[in-house]
Design a protein around this ligand. Structure first.
Ligand SMILES: NC(=O)c1ccc[n+]([C@@H]2O[C@H](COP(=O)([O-])OP(=O)(O)OC[C@H]3O[C@@H](n4cnc5c(N)ncnc54)[C@H](OP(=O)(O)O)[C@@H]3O)[C@@H](O)[C@H]2O)c1
Length: 302
């Protein structure tokens, strides 16, 4: 999702000399293959949009995979980029690097101040090590390595496989299937009470290009809208957009995750960047994309 959005945004802005690989062409867990790729392509700038990504269920069932693969991917990219004298590196982490009970909205300063949310700590610890790797390179070598921490993302090319998807695409799919099958009710995970923030992936791509074209003085920047809502309100918004008329049942035997997760986005705003796409407009366009592509969705296995 993120890689293709950044790629398309770069192309739309007129960038031409782009080099990208999918996991079949280049397995980023393989250090020798990454080193060979860098030696041949000699990139000036690297944007790391690759990761092993998934929701609560996937993180819970595959802790080692989430910890190890994410560290392998980012370590190989960051270390090789440093050794190959890459001018600029953009590392994408996630808001789950911040503590479970971080003061809200979460500033970049709350990193490592208390315990992580246990359901995704494997992924979070890998991402924190990526942030620290970039920070230490900035400190030790004075290179422009930047870490951007997006909030929950959604948009075209999201994962709609219910076994591994995040909450927003899972809701789009469940309400859509509920509508098509005339189901009396749709069951959603948790209590509906946690609060979350969502950013359209096209806004993230815009933030990445902004970060590419501007030099920042520090390493770590939150990327979000700065606005959150309850999961229940999100469900009602998606239900309305999809046009599902049945009932919503909340399965509170399933985990809620962190009670609230809202980014403080003032540091990035001070640099001159703000999100532009409203949640309602973003969900409408994402649902249209879903309808155009629902027959070509892949199963996303971990
Ligand atoms: N989705 C979100 O809500 C969200 C929120 C905050 C941050 N982010 C961050 O954004 C980045 C991208 O996430 P996404 O949502 O775009 O996930 P995604 O759609 O699953 O994309 C992940 C990409 O990583 C590639 N990849 C995975 N393992 C690889 C490997 N061993 N070698 C090479 N490539 C590999 C995949 O390639 P293939 O397709 O070829 O397998 C895929 O293109 C991640 O760093 C994630 O932490 C995402």
């Amino acid at each position: 999702m993120v890689g293709s959005a950044i790629w398309n945004a770069l192309k739309n802005k007129g960038y031409e000399n782009l080099v990208g690989r999918n996991s079949k062409e280049l397995d980023l867990r393989n250090q020798a293959a990454v080193q060979e790729f860098f030696a041949i392509e000699k990139p000036d700038v690297v944007i790391d949009a690759a990761a092993r990504v998934g929701g609560i269920l996937a993180n819970n069932n595959y802790p080692f995979t989430f910890l190890m693969e994410n560290m392998q991917i980012q370590n190989n990219l960051i270390d090789t980029a440093l050794n190959q004298n890459v001018d600029k590196f953009i590392f994408l982490g996630s808001s789950c690097i911040y503590p479970k009970l971080a003061p809200q909205p979460m500033t970049e300063d709350c990193l490592l101040t208390s315990s992580l949310e246990p359901t995704n700590e494997w992924y979070a610890i890998a991402k924190i090590s990526g942030v620290k790797a970039c920070e230490s390179i900035r400190k030790q070598f004075g290179k422009d390595f930047v870490s951007l921490m997006p909030t929950n993302l959604y948009g075209p090319n999201d994962n709609f496989d219910l076994k591994t998807s995040h909450v927003l695409p899972a809701m789009i799919r469940k309400f859509h299937e509920g509508k098509i099958n005339n189901s009396e009710s749709v069951t959603l995970w948790g209590s509906g009470l946690p609060m979350r923030e969502f950013l359209h992936v096209h806004d993230l791509a815009d933030a990445v290009i902004f970060s590419l074209e501007n030099s920042f003085t520090e390493n770590l920047y939150n990327i979000g809208t700065g606005v959150d809502l309850t999961i229940k309100s999100l469900a009602e918004m998606i239900q309305k957009i999809v046009g599902y008329k049945g009932e919503i049942v909340w399965d509170s035997s399933k985990p809620d995750g962190t009670p609230r997760k809202l980014m403080d986005v003032s540091k990035m705003a001070n640099q001159g960047w703000k999100a532009k796409i409203t949640l309602e407009d973003g969900i409408k366009s994402t649902y249209n994309w879903f309808l155009e592509n629902e027959h070509s969705f892949k199963e996303v296995k971990i």
